[in-house]
Design a protein. Structure first.
Length: 330
């Protein structure tokens, strides 16, 4: 059987260690954990990513790791890879939300070639360390952090949905961040891996000009506008400015136009939180218009959460289509 990339990295590290004193790898491992703890311990409401040194290793293609020898993924290819999603990690004692490209995998460890929880975790830890990664938290039980979600969208990783023993790592290189979560849980014994590359979403929908917005409203009475917000946040991002400016121009060019600004989300998270979030996002757009001099009496807001999807699928593209603000003529 062809050995996996992860197994090759680990084997290379072990062969190198054989020529050293037996206590040296344990010492190096302890030092790595200490460094990570110091980075996490300096956190006060946030994690200083710059505290993790940049890797000088040659990184394999994302997501870096193949399955360990003898293990097969429980997930399909579509389930494993997301071009854009959000996942949660822990750094020190801080919950860290990461948006970007996300890879998730799960393995049945009591397979033809069984692995203990320690063996599974140690294989990944050695491979991540070989790639210049730093452990930033763990091992810890994820159940202690689940309450930190506080109504935010539930992460896709299984370890957040069930009780797991997990460790968290960060690789930095060339200004990029790669967050890695390795966990194990029973029953039966499974191993879990998530890898996220932090990056902005490639916008799928271009914003409409004021004239195009008006034409759509005249034709349909409403028009969707795709304004991106950070995960579980309602603050307008700088890249939302061009779309908002066109709505301002629309209102200025059509002084008799009155609009309901209606927020919509995808179906990630609880229905109650999604309705609240969608209303907050609509209110953020309204506030930007009022700040630009548009009379507040011409505007109303509403939030429908995920109750009125435009697409019923579960793909990234479907979810992106459903995350929108609609302008509806009053």
């Amino acid at each position: 059987m062809m050995r996996s990339l992860l197994s090759i990295i680990v084997a290379a590290g072990l062969l190198t260690a054989c020529g050293q004193q037996s206590a040296q790898p344990d010492s190096a491992g302890a030092e790595q954990t200490s460094d990570a703890s110091e980075a996490g311990g300096a956190v006060a409401g946030g994690f200083d990513v710059a505290s993790v040194p940049e890797s000088t290793a040659t990184l394999p293609p994302f997501p870096f790791f193949n399955a360990l020898d003898g293990l097969e993924s429980v997930y399909s290819e579509a389930q494993r890879n997301r071009s854009f999603d959000a996942e949660y990690y822990v750094a020190g004692t801080t919950f860290v939300a990461v948006e970007g490209r996300v890879y998730r995998d799960m393995f049945q460890l009591e397979a033809a070639r069984p692995y203990t929880a320690l063996e599974f975790q140690r294989n990944y830890e050695q491979a991540i360390t070989a790639l210049g990664g730093v452990k930033v938290a763990g091992p810890l039980n994820t159940s202690a952090f689940t309450s930190n979600l506080e109504g935010r969208p539930a992460p896709g990783a299984e370890c957040w949905q069930h009780e797991c023993t997990s460790s968290f790592y960060l690789i930095r290189q060339g200004g990029k961040e790669y967050w890695i979560h390795v966990g194990t849980g029973a029953i039966p014994l499974h191993g879990y891996v998530t890898v996220a590359e932090r990056q902005a979403m490639a916008q799928s929908y271009s914003f409409l000009t004021a004239d195009a917005l008006m034409a759509a409203i005249d034709a349909n009475g409403r028009v969707p506008v795709y304004i991106e917000f950070d995960v579980d946040r309602a603050t307008l991002r700088p890249d939302a400015r061009p779309a908002v400016d066109e709505i301002i121009k629309l209102m200025r060019d059509n002084p008799n136009l009155r609009l309901s600004i209606e927020g919509h989300t995808d179906n990630t998270g609880t229905p109650e939180r999604n309705r609240t979030l969608s209303l907050e996002r609509a209110a953020s757009v309204q506030a930007a218009l009022v700040a630009a001099g548009i009379n507040a009496n011409r505007l109303r807001t509403a939030g429908f959460g995920s109750d009125r999807p435009l697409a019923n699928g579960a793909t990234d593209a479907d979810r992106a289509r459903n995350r929108r603000v609609e302008l509806v003529r009053l």
